[in-house]
Design a binder for this molecule. Structure first.
Ligand SMILES: *[C@@H]1O[C@H](CO)[C@@H](O)[C@H](O)[C@H]1NC(C)=O
Ligand SMILES: *[C@@H]1O[C@H](CO)[C@@H](O)[C@H](O)[C@H]1NC(C)=O
Length: 146
């Protein structure tokens, strides 16, 4: 009898997981406008808190997902690259990521409570060993050629 109840619970659990449980993660398009705004906010945050002497710039958003938890939680993964613009000057749109500059993969989590201000609940950037920027440019070229 007990076993039957557990089995039933498991079956229901599976069904709910497939439908997307409330509170579970849902993937978002990297083209989503909120995702893009949050990625820009994240890079600005990184530039203001990190001790790098040069500004870093968004290269590509790789993944985004959200969760419904007392408002919304967004997790954004993106690549940044080091520009040739030193932080002793101002950042402008002409600051470019040099082709061979190291890239980093960042993961930022935002929480947007229903009434309070948005906040960053966690952030982390790690160096990527491979030259992701070059790879990214190559992929773009392939798409262009096709
Ligand atoms: C700056 O960012 C790098 C990775 O991008 C990280 O390893 C380092 O700990 C950060 N430094 C500070 C002071 O946040
Ligand atoms: C940077 O921007 C500030 C405010 O917009 C301006 O006063 C300053 O002259 C700028 N500095 C440089 C080096 O362009």
């Amino acid at each position: 009898m007990k076993l039957a109840i557990i089995l039933t619970a498991c079956l229901f659990g599976t069904v709910f997981a497939q439908e997307g449980l409330p509170g579970g993660w849902n993937s978002l398009s990297t083209d989503d406008s909120t995702v893009n705004q949050l990625a820009i906010k994240s890079v600005n945050h990184h530039n203001s808190v990190n001790n790098s002497a040069y500004y870093k710039k968004l290269v590509k958003i790789q993944e985004a997902r959200y969760q419904v938890v007392a408002g919304f939680k967004y997790e954004i993964k993106f690549l940044i690259g080091k520009t040739e613009c030193a932080k002793t000057g101002n950042y402008t749109d002409s600051c470019q990521v040099a082709v061979n500059s190291p890239t980093e993969l960042c993961t930022y989590v935002f929480w947007m409570p229903p009434v309070d201000k948005d906040r960053i609940t966690s952030f982390d950037c790690v160096a990527t060993n491979e030259d992701v920027l070059e790879k990214h440019l190559t992929i773009n070229c392939e798409v262009f050629i096709n």
